[in-house]
Write a protein that binds this ligand. Structure first.
Ligand code: MD3
Ligand code: FE
Length: 216
């Protein structure tokens, strides 16, 4: 029964090609919304959101946590994937099964079969928070895509090119949208514009993004 619903949902949700290798699946997470929000609560109970510091000494406006084998961390010494949460000294919480399933099914829908994420970075944007233009290049295997799930308040993604100065296009991301970036898009610059105030029925005044990666 569930599988049938998911197949129907997958077929109905639109696929938008953002760029070569980059696919946007509108509303793709909605069928699993309640399980994902329950998983989020269970992760945050073990590994709370925190504002990390960049190597340059800036405190990030998005609060972060992780689940899975490895978590992405930044401090004055640099960026890295760490098997231990520096805030608790313990391993990161296990990636909820609903997270893993959603990420691998979305990757398959987008044309990337056999995606096996070992890390899920969870970003929390309160109104006013943003993420400046950057590349994701701390992962070992760039052949695997990145899957990003947007929840709560809407935001605008910036999607540029391989060089930082390349032109940037904007894509609105709303609750339940999933973006998959791989192949020729894997190393493009991207960012999130300042999140505007609002009130989401399920998540209130915040935007949550789950970023799944094969990191180790
Ligand atoms: C990857 N987070 O945590 S991924 C990040 O909305 C990050 O919080 C975004 O970027 C967020 O590193 C979600 C968005 C994204 C956009 C374009 C990409 C990831 C990409 C292009 C290439 C590779
Ligand atoms: Fe990124």
């Amino acid at each position: 029964m569930n599988d049938l619903f998911e197949d129907v949902a997958a077929t109905l949700s639109a696929r938008e090609q953002m760029a070569a290798g980059a696919v946007l699946l509108r509303g793709r997470a909605l069928a699993l919304e309640d399980e994902i929000l329950a998983g989020l609560e269970s992760v945050v109970a073990i590994a709370p959101f925190r504002h990390m510091t960049t190597p340059g000494g800036f405190v990030m406006s998005a609060a972060m946590t992780s689940c899975g084998i490895a978590g992405w961390v930044t401090d004055r010494t640099g960026y890295r994937y760490d098997r231990t949460d520096p805030a608790t000294g313990k391993p990161w919480p296990t990636m909820p099964e609903s997270f893993r399933r959603l990420a691998s099914e979305a990757a398959t829908d987008a044309g990337y079969a056999n995606f096996t994420p070992d890390s899920c970075l969870i970003n929390r944007y309160l109104p006013g928070a943003r993420l400046s233009l950057h590349q994701d290049k701390d992962e070992r295997d760039f052949a695997q895509p990145i899957v990003s799930v947007s929840l709560g308040l809407p935001a605008t993604f910036q999607f540029g090119g391989i060089r930082r100065a390349d032109p940037v296009v904007r894509h609105p991301m709303r609750h339940g949208d999933i973006a998959v970036w791989g192949g020729p898009s894997r190393l493009v610059h991207h960012g999130v514009l300042t999140v505007r105030d609002g009130d989401h029925p399920k998540l209130g005044r915040q935007r949550i993004n789950l970023t799944f990666r094969a990191a180790l």
